[in-house]
Design a protein around this ligand. Structure first.
Ligand code: SF4
Ligand code: F3S
Length: 106
């Protein structure tokens, strides 16, 4: 499966969702996740993300590995998102912030 990591938090550009052939993305207040039960590993979402937040599970950086179970957990709670919409208002500022896990809203 593919995994959305920290870079997405408080950005949520949503370019990724339009291209997913199986509508695997789930939306929270300021983050998206991929439902591991839906993702077919096509990889087309990866280059769409302006902040490179999406990785194949086996390529998730060591300091981001907690996002793999987090995607699975939040995918059970959040609703599907299938169309791109405007990014969050301060997305461009947040895109430059490295350490922003604490900003995640559930
Ligand atoms: Fe969807 Fe493919 Fe990305 Fe999985 S890898 S979330 S199937 S676009
Ligand atoms: Fe997030 Fe990147 Fe998609 S910022 S919403 S993973 S395009």
């Amino acid at each position: 499966t593919f995994v959305v990591t920290e870079a997405c938090i408080s950005c949520k550009y949503t370019d990724c969702v339009d291209v997913c052939p199986v509508d695997a993305f789930r939306e929270g207040p300021n983050f998206l996740v991929i439902d591991p039960n839906e993702c077919i590993d096509c990889a087309v979402c990866v280059p769409e993300c302006p902040v490179a937040a999406i990785y194949a599970e086996e390529d998730v950086p060591a300091d981001q590995r907690d996002f793999t179970p987090l995607n699975a957990e939040l995918a059970r709670q959040w609703k599907p998102i299938t169309r791109t919409k405007p990014a969050l208002p301060d997305a461009d500022a947040w895109s430059k912030v490295q350490d922003k896990r604490e900003e995640l809203k559930r």
